[in-house]
Design a binder for this molecule. Structure first.
Ligand code: ZN
Length: 228
């Protein structure tokens, strides 16, 4: 999961450069739109030519993407897009989410300020705005990122850095987005988020726990069809 806050943090330690930022966004979009397929090689010279910059900002952007787990670098081979999850990786990650996220939802309910609730309401609403006439790639990409943002916002309310970092290092949204290509996107996720929000609104920790558990189980079942 890459979130805005995390990306800003990463950017802050890299030397500021609008050229590198532009190149970064360009390659990021190619990865998210599957124009660069999972596992595909990323030739630096070709990218430099296509984007119209020298190889230096390309290398800098790629090393940033590598730190974020979206690309990998192999000795003598160079950069490639992170491979698609295997079924085992997917199942392991969802087992972890099922252990952690319902409890985070319960704790978030106990910590929730009106401001927090407003942030979560807005994050959930962003996901519902996916009906604009855009191509499937853009819609899925937006959906997966908005979902990641919503789940991250719940973790922020709890403020457990170990758990937030453990989840964000998995880059869930990128992988889910790529899996969504092989599945049917439904409105069910939005309804499940709504159940969660209503537990937050009424301040019912057990209802929030249950709603998150059901949401992650169903999300897993929806995406599992990608492996069949
Ligand atoms: Zn969700």
């Amino acid at each position: 999961m890459i979130f805005t806050a995390e990306r800003e943090k990463i950017r802050a330690v890299v030397r500021p450069s609008s050229v590198v930022d532009g190149v970064y966004d360009n390659i990021y979009h190619r990865l998210m739109s599957l124009e660069i397929a999972p596992g595909a090689r990323i030739p630096i010279d070709v990218l430099a030519r296509e984007i119209g910059v020298s190889q230096t900002p390309i290398r800098e952007a790629l090393s940033r993407l590598e730190r974020e787990g979206l690309v990998r670098k192999e000795h003598l081979v160079g950069y490639s897009a992170s491979p698609q999850w295997t079924r085992k990786q997917f199942e392991d990650l969802y087992a972890f989410r099922l252990l952690v996220e319902p409890e985070m939802a319960r704790l978030a309910t106990l910590n929730m300020t009106p401001k927090d609730l407003e942030i979560l309401e807005n994050a959930a609403a962003d996901m519902g705005n996916g009906d604009a006439p855009v191509d499937r790639n853009t819609r899925y990409s937006r959906f997966a990122r908005a979902d990641a943002h919503f789940h991250d916002a719940i973790l922020q309310v709890v403020g457990n850095d170990v758990i937030s970092n453990a989840l964000s290092s998995q880059h869930v949204h990128l992988h889910i987005f790529r899996l969504m290509f092989h599945t049917r996107v439904t409105k069910e996720a939005l309804e499940e988020h709504e159940d969660l929000l209503s537990a937050f609104r009424t301040g019912d920790p057990q209802a929030a726990f249950d709603a998150m558990l059901i949401h992650i189980e169903r999300s897993r079942d929806r995406l599992l069809s990608a492996f069949e």
